[in-house]
Write a protein that binds this ligand. Sequence first.
Ligand SMILES: Nc1nc2c(ncn2[C@@H]2O[C@H](COP(=O)(O)OP(=O)(O)O)[C@@H](O)[C@H]2O)c(=O)[nH]1
Ligand SMILES: [Mg+2]
Length: 219
Amino acid sequence: MCSCLCSEPDAWLEAAATVLTVGLQGSGKSVLLGQIAAHHARRTPLLQGPGSAAAVAPLPPPDTMPTTGTELLKLPPVKGGLLPRGLILREVGGQMQPIWHHYYEEAAAVLFVVDAAQPSRLADSAMLLFDLLQDPQLQDKPMCVLLNKRDQPDALSQSQLDMVLRLHDLRLSHPGQLQVLAVSGLCGQGLSELMKWLAAAAAAAAAAAVAASRKPKHR
Ligand SMILES: Nc1nc2c(ncn2[C@@H]2O[C@H](COP(=O)(O)OP(=O)(O)O)[C@@H](O)[C@H]2O)c(=O)[nH]1
Ligand SMILES: [Mg+2]
């Protein structure tokens, strides 16, 4: 059964915000997006069969292949869901970093995924995050840093990650723009908070679109 509320199957796409998902290759972007899609679907009353336990346990993570280009994940609006206008998630592979900027303008918000269990690549992540925050096309757009793979025993602690990625300073220099969540795409840790952040970012994008449409146009 189709869970979309629109009569035209893809009519919702026009009003849906796009969230750009970037981070180094192997940081866990595809697995996280798979979990978001599963979480979104499970909140769909239309998709829940009788006796289904509105699911709290994470679904098994999807098998992923390295994302070599860009992938779109479309989450249509669902009745009673957190995303009344639906959401589009765009993943751009870590190896495509030189062209990430092509997707900044369309993005309403950004997810930046960090592998918390790979200390040797944290300096690279720190530089990429700094660059994202400096980019004029992303100015004031909500950004969420996902400290992923926290299930791994050798994952760094939140305070260690804070120090290496300079998260405290970045939050001070970008007040209200930067959120940080400790997550695990594998175990589902932090997923509820992530869904709430996505819902807030999508709502802010919708409000901004309404405000822009009401602005008088200059000739
Ligand atoms: N332990 C652990 N492994 C993960 C997690 N998320 C992803 N992985 C693994 O990391 C590898 C890369 O994941 P993938 O989502 O393809 O990374 P991407 O290149 O950023 O899209 C895969 O082998 C995943 O199973 C996690 O939260 N915990
Ligand atoms: Mg991928």
